[in-house]
Ligand binder design. Structure first.
Ligand code: SD4
Length: 323
């Protein structure tokens, strides 16, 4: 099924296929495929979204999500995640959770087993342990070594494949039900306690069962001040295609922020209720993955500036991101 062809082509496709899964970055493709397998095995669209994200969280070679993620400035991996189910706009979220490999599943447990939407830090970990999640040290020796180097030299990380970013994954069921999730270790070497956009509903993710779903990756500080994913969904409500909605959101954020688009380092994916999908980023080179039965591919998003996003996208050391 995998084709893994990165290609530049028109955006906001109407495949009209269901189920369909759309997610951020190249690695989203294997996540989407895990989602589709789960769905085809009888899982709900929510189960499918969770399953795809769990796969990325388990992948230690991915240095920005889950196990093997880059730590904060104190050398501790702190994870953020949220999940949202269209029917009833149900949602759950965790921020700054430590020692738990699958924050997306903790977020789902918050949604299903508590009267709350978001748990953070110690409380989130305590809840996860009570729910039977097994604690695990998520800092790999590779990431410990890189963190030590960073601490010693405060030097720029090498650009490379493992600098890729947050997974946001949204899905549409055959009956039009939408669901989505988002999971990250956040900006590399962030301040302890810093929480980004990813677990914030409306910022890193939003699902509106009447309209569509959107997710974000990039510098959270430039997304969460604007409720970025909510804004994408609202533009789709006004009739824009998913790709236009992502682009218009970036343009509006840049206008309000005042800096040039290429300095914002943000990217959005979107999927509407009809099964149309699209994506846009502040620079060239933000890939996103689309999977439905008989098709799985990585597409290039629309770029709103000529600058190539390189490895940055949200996971270079924080001092390089926020300057
Ligand atoms: C954050 N948005 O914590 C996340 C990081 C990210 O691509 O998406 N990196 O700000």
């Amino acid at each position: 099924m995998s084709q893994t062809i990165t290609q530049s082509e028109p955006h906001s496709h109407l495949a009209g296929k269901r189920p369909v899964f759309v997610s951020t970055w190249n690695f989203g493709q294997t996540a989407n495929e895990a989602s589709l397998r789960k769905f085809e095995a009888g899982g709900s669209i929510l189960d499918a979204v969770e399953e795809g994200i769990r796969l990325t969280e388990s992948d230690q070679s991915n240095a920005s999500v889950g196990d093997g993620g880059k730590p904060n400035a104190a050398g501790k991996v702190q994870l953020d995640a949220c999940i949202m189910h269209g029917p009833g706009a149900k949602a759950g979220s965790v921020g700054g959770i430590e020692d738990i490999a699958h924050p997306i599943s903790v977020a789902r447990a918050v949604m299903e087993k508590t009267p709350h939407v978001m748990l953070v830090g110690e409380g989130a970990k305590k809840f996860a342990l009570e729910q039977g999640f097994t604690p695990k040290n998520l800092l790999t020796s590779k990431q410990r070594k890189e963190w030590r180097n960073w601490r010693r030299e405060k030097r720029k990380m090498e650009a490379g494949k493992d600098n890729h970013d947050t997974i946001a994954l949204v899905g549409l069921d055959k009956d039009g039900t939408l669901a989505g999730g988002c999971s990250t270790s956040g900006l590399a070497y962030k301040m302890p306690g810093r929480v980004g956009d990813s677990p914030i509903l409306g910022s890193g993710l939003y699902v509106d069962n009447e309209i569509g779903a959107a997710g974000a990756t990039g510098v959270g500080e430039n997304i969460m001040r604007f409720c970025g994913s909510f804004m994408v969904v609202e533009y789709m409500r006004q009739g824009l295609t998913p790709e236009e909605a992502c682009s218009e959101t970036i343009r509006r954020i840049a206008r309000l922020d005042g800096r040039p688009i290429e300095d914002l380092h943000i990217n959005f994916i979107a999927l509407d209720k009809k099964g149309r999908f699209g994506a846009a980023g502040t620079g060239q080179g933000f890939p996103y993955a689309v999977t439905y039965p008989e098709y799985s591919n990585v597409l290039q998003s629309k770029a709103l500036s000529r600058k190539h996003i390189g490895s940055e996208g949200g996971n270079d050391p924080i001092e390089d991101q926020l300057k």
